[in-house]
Design a protein around this ligand. Structure first.
Ligand SMILES: Nc1ncnc2c1ncn2[C@@H]1O[C@H](COP(=O)(O)OP(=O)(O)OP(=O)(O)O)[C@@H](O)[C@H]1O
Length: 344
């Protein structure tokens, strides 16, 4: 078993953390999809083990819920090393990071979630630590302040970010390996769901699994969440967890046929109804739906772009014909949009 200590900093509920923990694959072989990343990681870890050194620092980039934390825990399991979990928002002063770094044991893995949200002073300390396994600690104040070097045990940083573009170049350059996690194909999500259903001892037929997969926004976390909602529905209505139960349950929870939830649809509606289909900047869109720009940019937009409902142009975001069709709106000028009107 891996030694895991979590420094609290998570938006999820305790119940969801426990649920996710129970479903996390424990090793690379159990991890579904992301074949390229798995292969790359396998090589990296094997080479480090053969040379008896710590693996290169690893950056995991991609939208939320695609398996970044899971992969970090798998690296710990595969290398047999302890892992310390923290996050960018928890490292608001260089001292916060110094306290963590100076207590690492040789070979330990340091997982920093949302690494793009770390304070600048902590970031600068991390550059030196990652490169030379050393930090400079300031002792005293004002004219008498001196910097004292502190040697660190060799360690590996595993950074996770939903916004790789926000990382300053010097930090990005210190990661020997960057894995870009992609949204999952429906078939892969079906495998994630089948595994979760097995672990939860839940009988779900193949058609139901396929239906949940297509509505999961290419994201295992969402797939597992929807599975839970379907389980609840089947339990309360004393019915099988079949395709019909999925459709009814997801109607109750406002998840439409393409997997858009209320926020996705609100953004799309604002783009079409208030901004005449765009182009419009992501900040204006976020303000108009009362959401943070970061959420719209890192959670909503990648999915809308991937499904072909929105395109990004230099002047801003633009709704496509499919977006008009999906919401059942006429195109500007009154033309009927080409493309299927999907049940919402
Ligand atoms: N490839 C996978 N195979 C099976 N389950 C997966 C896979 N990827 C993610 N999951 C499941 O999805 C859930 C969310 O994964 P995880 O917490 O690793 O995502 P994340 O990318 O770290 O998200 P965030 O950016 O929000 O921290 C977990 O319950 C995990 O078990």
């Amino acid at each position: 078993m891996t030694d895991v200590s979590r420094i609290p900093e998570s938006p999820e509920s305790e119940a969801e953390i426990a649920f996710e923990g129970a479903l996390r694959p424990a090793n690379l072989a159990e991890f579904v999809g992301q074949a390229k990343v798995r292969l790359q990681l396998e090589l990296l870890l094997k080479a480090a083990a053969m040379q008896s050194r710590t693996p290169d620092h690893i950056l995991l980039a991609g939208p939320p819920g695609l398996g970044k934390t899971t992969l970090a825990l798998i690296v710990a399991e595969e290398t047999g090393q302890p892992i310390r979990l923290t996050s960018g928002p928890a490292l608001q002063h260089a001292g916060d990071l110094a306290a963590v770094l100076s207590s690492l044991v040789p070979g330990e893995l340091l997982f920093i979630d949302e690494i793009h949200r770390m304070a600048r002073t902590a970031e600068e300390m991390l550059y030196l630590a990652m490169e030379d396994f050393r930090i400079d600690i300031m002792v005293g104040k004002g004219a008498g302040a001196t910097s004292v070097p502190l040697e660190l045990a060799p360690f590996t940083v595993i950074g996770a970010t939903t916004r790789a573009g926000l990382l300053p170049n010097p930090l990005r350059d210190r990661f020997g390996f960057t894995a870009h996690l992609e949204f999952y194909e429906d078939g892969e999500l079906e495998r994630v769901l089948a595994r979760a259903a097995r672990l939860l001892d839940l009988r779900v037929d193949d058609a139901a699994l396929a239906e949940i997969a297509t509505r999961s926004r290419g994201t295992p976390r969402i797939a597992n969440r929807l599975l839970r909602r379907v389980r609840d529905y089947a339990l309360v209505h004393e019915t099988d967890a079949d395709e019909q139960a999925v459709q009814h349950a997801l109607l109750v929870y406002d998840v439409d046929a393409l997997g858009l939830d209320r926020l996705d649809r609100a953004v799309l509606q604002a783009l079409i109804d208030r901004f005449a289909g765009g182009p419009v900047g992501v900040r204006s869109l976020a303000v108009s739906v009362g959401e943070e720009a970061e959420t719209v940019e890192s959670v909503v937009e990648p999915f809308l772009v991937r499904t072909g409902l929105v395109t990004r142009t230099q002047r801003g975001r633009v709704a496509t014909q499919q977006a008009y069709a999906h919401l059942g709106r006429a195109l500007p000028g009154g033309a009927v949009p080409q493309g299927p009107r999907l049940d919402i």
